[in-house]
Design a protein around this ligand. Structure first.
Ligand code: FAD
Ligand code: 2HG
Ligand code: ZN
Length: 483
């Protein structure tokens, strides 16, 4: 196992756990919420990709904010390192310990506190699983503005902490716009109540935004208040084939113009992604003849008028099939077919791991440049690895996945720093939506200039407001100690 942690020094100023510490945690949390048996720790120590592995000896499951506060206050005073963990679906090595940090997982904090059925504002604990929130809201006539392939496991607190983007970003935008309030526990145990449910509030700095996307480096998110859109009744999904990337790009522009008020997803994938899914996942079927097309696009529309919305999408598809931008297309006839199209797109991550190892890059780039890096990488690597490109084209977000049989430093050296330098030279972002984590903690400079660089994992003391800064200095989160 080639753990990345072996390349990072353990900060010797952090203490190791003693039996008195265990007793303290058992006193406040109860025996069954203090986990130190090997089997259960195994899963919590390894990330979703099986790439990053820690060696924590302790997993804590607090049941409320007060317990989170007591844990952090204690760890801070004892100088014990902590890593907050949600559903452990993160893709950058941020959710697992680097060494022996205590894992604090909010899985037991999964209560829905309230839903205002007039405004659609939901308030819940941070350990709620995204899919559970979606089902709850669906029954009440609302939807989550966020949707992603990991919805069955990821927690809303993890989503907030990574500022997750996902499949409906093109329609509902970033969590910075949808989150109305947060409750957060700072590393010294202080509880920050920012849990307002107001659309508008210009009384001073809006501190909650510092925590959205801060990956657990500033504190643990314990409660979330979120604006949810009404559930609209008509959803249509079309799966399309295009001959080249330029056609996908032109189609995006036309879709924004022609379907603007109903579009809710515009995703693309190359034929290499399709082949990978077909090879490795059970029950997935290409709706088109094999090996005929180079690119595929998934367009979803969501609106309130069934016949109008469908007619509009049909007319759009017809027009661009005649015009040649679309080479072939299928419009889902029912929910099952729509899910089968989504399964192809959402299954790529899972399929990309099946060769044994995968290097994942999550880039924001100008749309017209997005596929150039995939082709350059493929030429660079030759037969060493399988390179696939797909992602949220509507948001200018490419997922570049490079699958190989094992993690290997010589393959890595061919990929990095090339991929970061290339992205930087096009003024892109080296992390569009997955965050920095351990993987990119030291790469932030490729996307931020020195004057604006506030690295959550290495916070310079002068650049954050005083209360936050004090907490950061006192923080016990281990990741930040990486230099
Ligand atoms: P974790 O993975 O457990 O943690 C992620 C980070 O947040 C860590 O740094 C952790 O320390 C911190 N953290 C977790 N909970 C808290 C908390 N309560 N307070 C403070 N810090 C916390 N991401 C996207 O943006 N878009 C996608 O479309 C997308 N699709 C995915 C599909 C698959 C199949 C998979 C496996 C992952 C995908 N991801 C995607 C990445 C990942 O799911 C998201 O980043 C997700 O938001 C992480 O949530 P989590 O609860 O699993 O957090
Ligand atoms: C997606 O859009 C996710 O499918 C995961 O963000 C991307 O696995 C990846 O690289
Ligand atoms: Zn994504």
């Amino acid at each position: 196992f080639n753990s990345v942690a072996t390349k990072v020094q353990r900060n010797p100023s952090f203490e190791t756990i003693k039996s008195d510490d265990i007793s303290f945690f058992k006193d406040i949390l109860g025996d069954k919420n203090v986990i130190h048996d090997d089997d259960r720790l195994l899963a919590a120590n390894v990330d979703w990709m099986q790439k990053y592995k820690g060696s924590s000896k302790l997993l804590l499951l607090p049941r409320n904010t007060d317990e989170v506060s007591k844990i952090l206050q204690y760890c801070n005073s004892r100088h014990l390192a902590v890593v907050p963990q949600g559903g452990n679906t993160g893709l950058v090595g941020g959710s697992v310990p680097v060494y022996d940090e205590i894992i604090v997982n909010l899985a037991s904090m999964d209560k829905i506190i309230s839903l205002d059925k007039v405004s659609g504002i939901i308030t819940c604990e941070a350990g709620c699983i995204l899919e559970n929130l979606s089902s709850f809201l669906g029954n009440e006539g609302f939807i989550m503005p966020l949707d992603l392939g990991a919805k069955g496991s990821c927690q809303i607190g993890g989503n907030v902490s990574t500022n997750a983007g996902g499949l409906h970003f093109i329609r509902y935008g970033s969590l910075h716009g949808n989150i109305l309030g947060l409750e957060v526990v700072l590393a010294n145990g202080t509880i920050l109540d920012m849990l307002t449910s107001l659309r508008k509030d210009n009384t001073g700095y809006d501190l909650k935004h510092l925590f959205i996307g801060s990956e657990g480096t500033l504190g643990i998110v314990t409660k979330v208040s979120l604006l949810t859109p009404p559930k609209l009744l008509s959803t249509n999904v079309a799966f399309l084939a295009c001959k080249d990337f330029l056609s996908c790009q032109k189609l995006l522009l036309e879709a924004k113009r022609g379907l603007g008020e109903v579009i809710s997803a515009f995703e693309f994938m190359d034929s290499h992604s399709m082949d990978m899914v077909l090879t490795h996942l059970e029950g997935v079927r290409n709706p088109f003849p094999p090996k005929l097309y180079n690119f595929y696009v998934l367009i979803e529309t969501t609106g309130s008028d069934e016949s109008y919305d469908r007619a509009k999408l049909e007319a759009f598809l017809l027009r661009y099939m005649e015009d040649g931008l679309i080479s072939d297309g299928v419009l889902a006839q029912d929910m099952n077919q729509a899910s089968s199209f989504w399964r192809i797109r959402e299954g790529i991550s899972e399929a990309s791991m099946k060769m044994g190892a995968v290097y994942k890059y999550d880039l924001s780039l100008p749309v017209e440049k997005i596929y150039d890096i995939v082709q350059e990488m493929r030429t660079r690597l030759g037969h060493t690895a399988k390179v696939v490109g797909y992602g949220h084209l509507g948001d200018g977000n490419l997922h570049l996945n490079i699958s190989a049989t094992a993690y290997d430093d010589s393959v890595l050296a061919q990929i990095e720093p090339f991929v970061y330098e290339w992205t930087s030279s096009h003024r892109g972002s080296i992390s569009a939506e997955h965050g920095l984590g351990l993987m990119k903690a030291n790469k932030i400079h490729y996307s931020k200039s020195t004057e604006t660089e506030v690295n959550p994992h290495k916070i310079p003391v002068t650049k954050v407001p005083q209360e936050i800064r004090l907490a950061v200095v006192a923080s016990s989160k281990f990741l930040k100690s990486i230099t």
